[in-house]
Ligand binder design. Structure first.
Ligand code: ZN
Length: 128
């Protein structure tokens, strides 16, 4: 019999612990950067409260393809997620919450739109 505290049955996590979300928009600098530029410009116009990160043509962190990040408050998810679903222009997007554990947020709590890319999870801090 499994007790509620068994590692096999962890207590449900409260989404109230999500401080914000990141969407990472991936592109190929030699092929699909124009699509990424269009998405970025549209995000900036429609969601001025979202924070657009720098262009990373060079790979950074756990990412195995060039990307830029957009960070936004949890309350903006119902607006930004459907927009990305309809307007990602064929690009892969990684959506993940920020809960204070970067490893878990990318390895266990992430959602992909389109192509699922490998991540170099060793690069991330946080409890495994
Ligand atoms: Zn992120």
């Amino acid at each position: 019999m499994t007790s509620p505290t068994s590692p096999a049955a962890p207590a449900p996590r409260d989404p109230a612990g999500i401080t914000e979300y990141h969407a990472h928009i991936y592109y190929d600098p030699a092929a699909t950067r124009p699509q990424a530029e269009a998405i970025r410009a549209e995000l900036a116009e429609r969601f001025p409260d979202a924070r657009l990160g720098r262009w990373h043509d060079t790979l950074v962190g756990p990412h195995t393809r060039s990307m830029f990040q957009v960070a936004f408050a949890a309350a903006q998810l119902p607006a930004i997620l459907p927009w990305l679903l309809l307007n990602r222009r064929g690009l892969a997007v990684l959506l993940h919450p920020e809960t204070g554990n970067a490893y878990a947020d990318h390895a266990h709590h992430a959602a992909w739109l389109g192509e699922v890319l490998p991540l170099r999870l060793d690069a991330l801090p946080g409890e495994r």
